[in-house]
Write a protein of this length. Structure first.
Ligand SMILES: [Zn+2]
Length: 204
């Protein structure tokens, strides 16, 4: 497993008093609900881990394309478990700074449903949503967000905005539960892939 402490995050990372580096369960961590907000942080299930592994494998397919990317997302019906949409980050392909994996997937899912809200749906993402994406998850009314690698993990490989998804979710009256990290080591393989590293160097 990659060191999370030794190489350290470059910037102070706010966790808002919610520990997500506690006891691992299926590669995931559950923590108590954050105080002062309506966000809940729940515990990953075996189904969460299975879906995350599948999403990571889907995202890994980009390594053999002209646009390798470690960021993929998938939206499932929270009740039936049926997959509604999955997609990867398209920032480079679309010349769109907002084209993160979560945003692209939410846009496509809403277009498919011809709806502006995704209540009753859960979003999985290979990396913890950035503040922009977590805000979009909240605006979309998603029930739940489940992530793989953490923002701290991603920050070791490129620029990030160091506000945890839980912190974003806590500062609103919109309800959404957050779970992660799930299958963190496997998600990190997206970042450490040799083809991905080569592309990331070009990003800097
Ligand atoms: Zn994002």
């Amino acid at each position: 497993m990659l060191s999370l402490n030794g190489q350290g995050s470059r910037r102070r990372f706010l966790r808002g008093g919610v520990s997500v580096l506690g006891v691992p369960l299926l590669g995931a961590v559950g923590a108590s609900a954050a105080e002062g907000g309506v966000v809940t942080v729940d515990t990953a299930t075996a189904v969460d881990a299975e879906r995350m592994r599948s999403l990571i494998a889907f995202t890994m397919l980009t390594m053999d394309t002209p646009h390798p990317i470690p960021y993929g997302a998938e939206i499932f019906d929270s009740t039936t478990g049926v997959s509604l949409m999955r997609a990867v980050n398209r920032v480079s392909e679309d010349h769109d700074p907002s084209g993160h994996g979560e945003i692209v997937t939410i846009r496509k899912a809403c277009a498919k449903l011809q709806a502006r809200l995704l209540k009753g749906y859960t979003l999985y993402t290979t990396c913890e949503p950035c503040p922009m994406c977590m805000s979009c998850c909240l605006w979309a009314g998603l029930d739940r967000v489940v992530y793989g690698a953490t923002i701290e993990d991603a920050a070791r490989f490129g620029h990030q905005i160091m506000i945890p998804s839980v912190e974003v979710a806590r500062r609103t009256d919109l309800k959404c539960s957050v779970t992660g990290p799930v299958e963190r080591d496997r998600a990190l393989e997206l970042f450490t892939n040799a083809k991905m590293r080569a592309v990331m160097k070009a990003w800097k």
